[in-house]
Design a protein around this ligand. Sequence first.
Ligand code: NAD
Length: 389
Amino acid sequence: MKSEKLQIAYIDGDGIGPEIITEARKVLTRMADIFGHQITFVPVLMGGASIDIHGEPLTEEAIRIARSADAVLLGAIGGDAMTSPWYQLPPQLRPEAGLLRLRKELGVFANLRPVFLYNELRKACPLKEEIIGDGFDMIIVRELTGGLYFGERQTIIENGVRKAVDTLVYDENEIRRVAQRSFLIAMDRKKELVSVDKANVLDSSRLWRTVVNEVAVDYPEVKLTHMLVDNCAMQLVMNPGQFDVILTENMFGDILSDEASVLSGSIGMLPSASLGSPAFAKTVSGEKSLHETSRSNAVFGLYEPCHGSAPDIAGLDIANPLAAILSAAMMLRYSFAMEAEATAIETAVGSVLRDGYRTKDIIDTDSGGKVTATGEMGSLVAARIALPQ
Ligand code: NAD
């Protein structure tokens, strides 16, 4: 097995962030020992932790360090909006402004959320047993930097009537690059892609569908279908097992991925990846990868759990570190093209759950009532990482 050097920037952030990232680093370090890799971890300050020291949520130096790493691992940022002094600051100086700026600076336009149900957590899934069936394992790819959330908006008064306007804009290059990324992911999975839009009403969706069909020509092995977003919302809870990779635009993805995420049991279980330009796929309009990686099929990315900084449980050693640990596994898969290493971590997580270990948020009868602490959970996963047979 080839030994690799990995340079990982990590952002503890606020609240439970330092606790869960400590565990993710513990697991990555163990993985490196077992597989013979070398990891350099470089700390980066962001959010409230950066405000406390630098007076701003993300410094230019922090951006520089993050950009020069191979990948970035993030805990979570932010505090209690009612009590934290960070929220007395103007919006551009609050913790969340740091995260939005970082995503923009890193050029991460494809947000991936795996929706996977560990068999051991079936009781935590809100669906009926007969709908869960053999379980589900899908990835939702959400376009992250265009569409309604980034279009021009205004609120005006016209003829004495208040009126608000939001604009939903996509150009073909924005659609093409996220479509390419989704087809590449589908190629590594079951080769099935569902593109979700509202092409019966919206021009932006019609362009979306046209461009996705154009990209599909380059991936003839992938079976592409189109689904209207309202139907997709129903299908996710009626028959989630039918999906493998779902591709959709920003707002549809925001809503669908939150709907799908509850199917996995707990927010403490949900990892995510936000990916930038593939260094290996065709470049879009001459666009260069932000980060030239030496690994031919790897891509720069920001990896973080889906949950926030959970200030209500910070410092209590009860936070579930599995979403952060599974985010680290995604990092190995997408930014380092280390499938075996990623799978070793995911398998170790499954093994720990199978043996009944549960943090407080996923406690059930299988644990025999015993609650596993944050640090213990990370150690258990690390100890079970093994080379593939
Ligand atoms: P949250 O996700 O932090 O917490 C919601 C609930 O889930 C809380 O009860 C919390 O205790 C629980 N929870 C979350 N993660 C958990 C884990 N790993 N293990 C066990 N329980 C967990 O959402 P919130 O309370 O709405 O937000 C808190 C702060 O986090 C806010 O400042 C918010 O802006 C910020 N936030 C940050 C991010 C990010 O950094 N990407 C994302 C969402 C929210």
